[in-house]
Write a protein that binds this ligand. Structure first.
Ligand code: TXD
Length: 316
């Protein structure tokens, strides 16, 4: 083990993202994982399979599967991916209601069994679900965080690296706003080893990368036909978990609770955050253009509409 304390991580939801997150956690030896789902046998089966990969992949972290929330007792961190996907004929509001009820139920259990944990929400619609979780958990805002920007910026990093034929590791980006078509990728804060991409690529190529990043989730859904992306989303959530549990003070874009930042109040949105052992230790305010600020506010309008939807249905 690289970390001194043996952490306990609850992965709630053992579907595509949840199981991949469990895999990345144990491969990184970040802590022992409890994989939880409502489907009987699913988390147990995946946990056993991951345990059996241990001798080959060389990890000693433990993975167990359960349908009983009592088993998450004392977790240091929870990654919540439980939820339903949108089915044909289901409106956005119906999905909001279904996942809203699932997240509310899960929050009750986290509150009961892991009251000191830091919670990373992944379930869509992300910015609304993380706001709901914050309200239901009653934890300080720094301990309830949404994962989206990390994924969106990873996608942009990958596209820039592929376009320029440079190492993925050399590319840094920043993406603000809500998770969806209204996100605000920031080319001016995108660099290759410190060199702004605005000096390396023509504007039309940058515009194309920004557009592909905005539609990144949809591109994968269209290819897969059933289900949505899971490797990069899981890797992003585990990156955040690592920054927190190992107190790395990493600057990552996350959905954080805003109190006047960027002119926004009482809302969760994607902003640059310093992640450490306390969770979101600081929200960074960047200088952004008027156009980007206005996109951020448009994005906030969508999130507020979702929050109102939950209120109308009595979930919030
Ligand atoms: O950037 C992001 N935030 C996202 C979000 C990127 C990718 C995926 N994103 C969302 O994560 C996606 O729209 C879904 O809302 C979640 C999970 O996606 P995943 O692909 O893992 O979905 P699956 O494979 O359908 O898994 C969901 C699991 C499934 O096994 C259900 O049985 C389980 O959730 N589930 C529950 N587990 C525990 N407790 C409850 N109540 C529960 N209800 C359903």
């Amino acid at each position: 083990m690289t970390n001194a304390k043996r952490f306990k991580i609850a992965c709630i939801g053992a579907g595509n993202v949840g199981a991949s997150a469990a895999q990345y956690c144990v491969e990184e030896e970040l802590g022992d994982v409890v994989l939880t789902d409502v489907v009987e046998g699913l988390p147990q089966g995946k946990a056993l399979d991951l345990t059996e990969a241990g001798p080959i992949r060389g990890y000693n972290s433990r993975v167990t599967g359960t349908n009983d929330y009592k088993d998450i007792e004392g977790s240091d961190l929870a990654i919540v991916t439980a939820g339903l996907p949108r089915k044909p004929g289901m409106s956005r509001l119906d999905l909001l209601e279904k996942n809203g009820l699932i997240i509310s139920g899960i929050c009750e259990n986290i509150k009961r069994y892991a009251p000191d944990s830091i919670v990373i929400i992944v379930t869509n619609p992300l910015d609304v679900m993380v706001y709901l979780a914050y309200k239901k958990l009653g934890f300080p805002a720094e301990r309830v965080i949404g994962m989206a920007g990390c994924l969106d910026s990873a996608r942009m990093r990958a596209f820039v690296a592929l376009e320029l034929g440079v190492s993925m590791k050399n590319v840094d980006t920043m993406v603000l706003g809500s998770h969806g078509d209204d996100m605000v990728p920031l080319p001016h804060y995108t660099t290759v080893s410190g060199i702004p991409i605005t000096t390396l690529l023509p504007q039309d190529r940058i515009d194309a990368i920004v557009e592909r990043t905005r539609k990144g989730g949809g591109e994968i859904v269209a290819l897969l036909k059933t289900g949505s992306a899971f490797y990069a989303p899981a890797a992003s959530a585990v990156r955040m978990a690592q920054a927190i549990l190992r107190d790395e003070k990493q600057l990552l874009p996350c959905a954080a609770y805003l109190m006047g930042h960027y002119g926004l109040n009482d809302i969760y949105m994607g902003v640059p955050c310093i992640l450490g052992r306390a969770g979101v230790e600081r929200v960074m305010e960047l200088e952004i253009s008027e156009a980007d600020r206005s996109s951020l506010h448009t994005s906030a309008g969508e999130v507020r509409a979702g929050i109102d939807g939950l209120k109308e249905r009595g979930i919030l």
